[in-house]
Design a protein around this ligand. Sequence first.
Ligand SMILES: [Zn+2]
Length: 184
Amino acid sequence: VAGKRKGISICGQPKKNGLPCRRSPGWGTDHEGTGACKFHGGQTPNGAVVAAQEEAGAMSRPLEVTPTQAVTGVLHLAAGQLAYVTYKVGELDEADYFEGEEGNRWVRLQGRLMDRLATFAKTAADMGIQERQVKLAEAQTMMIGKLISNVIGRLDLTPEQRKAVGPAIREEMAVIAGKATEVE
Ligand SMILES: [Zn+2]
């Protein structure tokens, strides 16, 4: 894959004789400097995307986001795009809807963005549920901890028994955790 050749200044795609192509990346295409040359798929739609991916990989720095932030970000981006595309569709005359073989490009793009937005929205919703479950589990753990310490406080334990409480809790927790893992 062209995207894996970061830092190598050749097209690098295998030629008919099996050797890597020595032309410069993106030679003869509109994305010179990245991706495959024009003779090795560089000018195909997919080749152009691979070149863009290669440039993004080389030019970008890692950005720390939580999964929720990432999904929310793409969700907002898709929603903004859909709003714009919907505006463009609104400007069309009805006769324009059916132009070309597959219909107007804005109408088609609108359908695609709607699907994409629905997918992102579902993912975001599923993640929200997970987050709530984690919070609930944390709250329950806190409650159990408080319960145990309150019960111990009420019992008139000897110092020796008190010492045994901590290890006993850890042992029992490990047993429960082991069972929880088995269920998964
Ligand atoms: Zn080439």
